[in-house]
Unconditional design. Structure first.
Length: 135
C-alpha cells in the first residue's frame, strides 16, 4: 500500500512537470478549492494528487491489457509504440477526470499527449529509481 501511495505522489509530480512544460496540458483545481478552504496552493497540490491517482489506476488496470493486445505492433516498431500507449493512457485519464470536479485537459493527442507521455515517463523513471519503488 505504501508503494502505491508513493507511485501516486510520483505520478502527481510527473503530471505537474509535464503541465508546467506543455501549455496544452492543464489541470483544473476548481473542485479542490472547497476542500482546501481557500488555500490555492493546497488546492493545486490536491488536484495533481487526485489526477495522479486516476492515472495510477488507469496504468494499473487498463495499460497491461492494451500493452498485451498491441504487442505485435510494439515489436514491429521496436518498442516505440509504447509512447503512443502512454499517450493514450493520458488521454483516457483526461476523459475519466472530465466526470469529476478536478480535471485534466489535454488539447491534442499529437503532440501534447505524446510529449506529455514522454515527460511523465522520464520523470517517473527517475523518481522511481531514486525512491526505490521501481525494481
Amino acid at each position: 500500500m505504501g508503494a502505491f501511495l508513493i507511485r501516486v505522489l510520483i505520478n502527481g509530480v510527473a503530471l505537474w512537470i509535464a503541465s508546467w512544460i506543455l501549455g496544452g496540458m492543464t489541470i483544473s483545481s476548481a473542485g479542490a478549492e472547497e476542500l482546501a478552504q481557500g488555500n490555492e496552493t493546497i488546492a493545486v497540490g490536491l488536484s495533481y494528487l487526485f489526477v495522479g491517482l486516476i492515472f495510477g489506476v488507469v496504468n494499473a488496470l487498463v495499460k497491461p491489457i492494451v500493452s498485451l493486445l498491441s504487442l505485435p505492433i510494439t515489436i514491429i516498431t521496436l518498442g516505440l509504440f509504447t509512447i503512443v500507449i502512454n499517450a493514450a493512457m493520458l488521454m483516457l485519464t483526461s476523459w475519466l477526470s472530465s466526470f469529476t470536479p478536478i480535471g485534466l485537459q489535454i488539447d491534442a493527442f499529437f503532440w501534447t499527449a505524446i510529449f506529455g507521455a514522454i515527460i511523465v515517463s522520464i520523470v517517473s523513471l527517475i523518481a522511481g529509481t531514486v525512491t526505490g519503488t521501481r525494481k
